[in-house]
Design a protein around this ligand. Structure first.
Ligand SMILES: [Zn+2]
Length: 103
């Protein structure tokens, strides 16, 4: 791949990542196990006697929050390259079509 052309396309990537783009993440977003239940106090936003699940839920929630923060960064960091590769692929396809190469 021609890095100079790719860098040119990257520089012209739209500022906002488009909906079709999903950044690659090192791990999947944590999922809250359905079996975890808040104690009655936490559930109602009152003082509570935490059960074992309250702590596990908090840990998973923190994991989700950190993952979401990482995703928000990855979205903008990975977007210009994804855009440039998409433009390059589309350009090559258009050239191939114009030259009558159907592959
Ligand atoms: Zn609790």
């Amino acid at each position: 791949m021609n890095d100079t052309i790719l860098q040119q396309f990257m520089m012209h990537a739209p500022h906002e990542p488009q909906k079709w783009f999903t950044p690659k993440m090192p791990i999947q977003r944590p999922i809250m196990p359905a079996a975890f239940k808040w104690c009655a106090g936490c559930k109602d936003g009152l003082d509570c006697e935490h059960n074992a699940d309250c702590e596990k839920i908090t840990i998973v929630q923190n994991g989700v929050r950190l993952w979401d923060e990482g995703y928000a960064k990855a979205l903008y960091i990975q977007w210009p390259v994804a855009w440039a590769k998409a433009v390059l692929a589309a350009t090559r396809a258009a050239i191939a079509k114009a030259e009558g190469n159907h592959d």
